[in-house]
Design a protein around this ligand. Structure first.
Ligand SMILES: Cc1cc2nc3c(=O)[nH]c(=O)nc-3n(C[C@H](O)[C@H](O)[C@H](O)COP(=O)(O)OP(=O)(O)OC[C@H]3O[C@@H](n4cnc5c(N)ncnc54)[C@H](O)[C@@H]3O)c2cc1C
Length: 525
């Protein structure tokens, strides 16, 4: 994994010269080479892990699985938000974990948590490290050291039950590996977030992730049938039967707990058969309002596509420009259908009728093919832009259908107001890609000139957008999770009693408070 970029730097996407000129003009930005500092110049704080504690960890996992070398600590000192990458590219890797631990199984995780509690060492569960909200930033939280608990060795398909259509996967299995393991059984999870190349099954559960085909397959939390969780107090097993009335659902408490309540080591998931057929169709709408309303009609009907997204005017225009195509006026929607052949055809026909009735015009499959080709490569384009002095970042929220467009207007205005000015212009784009009968998500992408201090510049814009979200009935996060970055808005999101509940659960499972301090759970008062 690259320490300063999304993924493999060799896969960085180049900017087409025409697009580059357009970007320079719109953003009033100079393209200047801003390469990362050489790795040997990155400053890491010295490790604080003493030999005795290191020995206690080594007694659990073996000394070869306790690593305090700088290159390894550097690759665990934060996630993949634009500010994370900007700081590392500039040579700052503080905070960094004092060591990285690599447990082999659930029992080792549990024993490591016992050592951390007894020795007052903070512990940050680390899946793929793709958090964009500071979820894996190694905050010490007043403890004498902090370690990253890298779960990559928990990478097995534990079991498959093709009759019940379930499987149990180790928490450290990455997205493509999970699909490959299930494909051997003719099965799929159908969970494809943009980060799936690196993100893990445990990370998906810990953050309540949502994939690109959520309309058909659901959010990750909807796929989870059981969880095995190691805590400083022992093991918690939640779920299993298909449904239960045995009190509140503990699975739901652990899903989205972001490493603050325990370490998820195994996840039982509902699986589907590998689809026989995939059918794609793009549509165009006169404006975003009409396109959003068409998605509402679909979400509230009995016939839904597997994947559905509608882009606003700016994102439609930029998407076409990047593909070297002429942008049709208005807004584009892309739909995908997966399943058994006959069922896909019937569903697509029903959806076609609803889309046409809602004011859409069909564009055929080509724009969707272009989207599919590029859907996992946008993060590589961000690396290219950062290297050229252009700041690109995303943020997301969700609201009811009634509140969605007012929220869209408020957040767009907040971002533009915070970024347009002496340091350059800003392009604010948005799409809707996760829909529900009662509402939908909004996903904003922003490109702007980096300016003199890009981290501070984005910080101001992000605060303005977050305040606008809370003031306009949105959630502080639809799927990126809370981490450290959204934590200041959590008290407003869940209220004082909600905060008390989370703190009480944490006190029960993690009495010393060593698990991921400074994340998710708001301070009292
Ligand atoms: C380019 C890019 C695109 C993205 N696209 C999407 C998207 O489409 N949909 C989406 O939902 N998210 C997306 N994300 C956000 C991120 O990928 C998700 O939050 C993902 O679920 C994190 O998985 P991970 O394994 O990388 O977890 P990490 O980043 O390692 O950890 C995330 C949080 O979960 C905790 N954690 C991790 N594993 C465990 C475990 N086993 N037990 C307990 N706690 C654990 C960590 O401590 C941390 O708080 C994107 C991120 C990037 C950088």
């Amino acid at each position: 994994m690259s320490w300063f970029a999304w993924g493999d730097p060799a896969r960085a996407r180049e900017l087409d010269p025409g697009l580059r000129d357009l970007v320079a003009q719109v953003l009033r930005a100079r393209f200047e080479a801003l390469p990362p500092v050489p790795e040997e110049q990155v400053e890491l704080p010295p490790t604080r892990l003493d030999a005795r504690t290191r020995g206690l960890f080594a007694a659990v996992v073996g000394s070869e699985h306790v690593n305090a070398e700088d290159p390894v600590r550097l690759r665990h000192c934060g996630g993949k938000s634009t500010p994370d990458l900007l700081l590392r590219r500039a040579g700052t890797a503080n905070p960094a974990p004092d060591a990285v631990l690599y447990p082999a199984d659930h029992d080792e995780v549990e024993r490591l948590l016992a050592v951390c509690s007894a020795e007052r060492v903070a512990v940050v569960p680390f899946g793929g490290g793709t958090s964009v909200v500071g979820g894996v930033t190694p905050l010490r939280g007043g403890f004498r050291a902090v370690v990253a608990l890298d779960l990559r060795r928990l990478d097995r398909l534990v079991s498959v039950d093709p009759v019940s259509m379930t499987a149990v996967l180790g928490a450290g299995v990455r997205g493509p590996h999970a699909e490959a393991l299930l494909a051997e059984h003719g099965l799929t999870l159908g969970h494809l977030p943009q980060s799936h190349e690196y993100a893990t099954i445990g990370g998906y559960a810990a953050t309540r992730s949502s994939g690109q085909a959520s309309s058909g397959y659901g959010r990750f939390e909807d796929m989870v049938v059981s969880l095995r969780v190691a805590t400083p107090r022992g093991t918690l097993e939640a779920g299993g039967p298909p449904a239960s009335a045995a009190g509140p659902d503990l699975r739901r408490l652990l899903l989205g707990s972001e490493g603050t309540l325990g370490v998820i080591t195994e996840v039982g998931v509902r699986v589907r058969r590998t689809p026989e057929r995939v059918l794609d169709e793009a549509w165009t709408f006169p404006d975003f309002r009409t396109g959003v309303d068409a998605l509402r009609v679909l979400a509230q009907s009995d016939t839904r596509p597997t994947m559905a997204r509608v882009l606003d005017e700016s994102e439609t225009f930029v998407g076409a420009a990047m593909g070297g195509r002429e942008a049709s006026p208005g807004c584009q929607a892309v739909l995908g259908f997966e399943g058994a052949s006959a069922e896909v055809d019937a569903r697509a026909a029903a959806v076609r009728e609803l889309m046409a009735g809602a004011g859409g015009t069909p564009l055929g499959p080509e724009p969707v093919a272009h989207w599919r080709e590029n859907r996992f490569s946008s993060p590589y384009l961000r690396d290219t832009l950062l290297s050229a002095g252009i700041l690109a970042e995303t943020l997301e929220t969700a609201a009811s259908w009634t509140g969605l467009l007012p929220l869209y207007a408020a957040v767009s205005a907040a971002l533009t107001g915070a970024l347009e000015g002496d340091e350059g212009g800003a392009v604010v784009m948005c799409h809707v890609s996760h829909t529900y009968p009662t509402g939908a998500s909004l996903y904003f992408t922003v490109a702007t000139a980096a300016g003199a201090d890009p981290v501070a510049r984005w910080g101001r814009a992000k605060r303005a957008a977050s305040d606008a979200i809370m003031a306009n009935g949105g959630t502080i996060t639809h799927h990126h999770a809370v981490g450290a970055d959204h934590r200041p808005w959590m008290a407003a999101e869940i209220g004082p009693l909600g905060g008390d509940v989370l703190r009480a659960v944490k006190a029960a499972l993690d009495p010393e408070g060593v698990l991921n301090p400074g994340k998710l759970i708001p301070d009292p008062g």
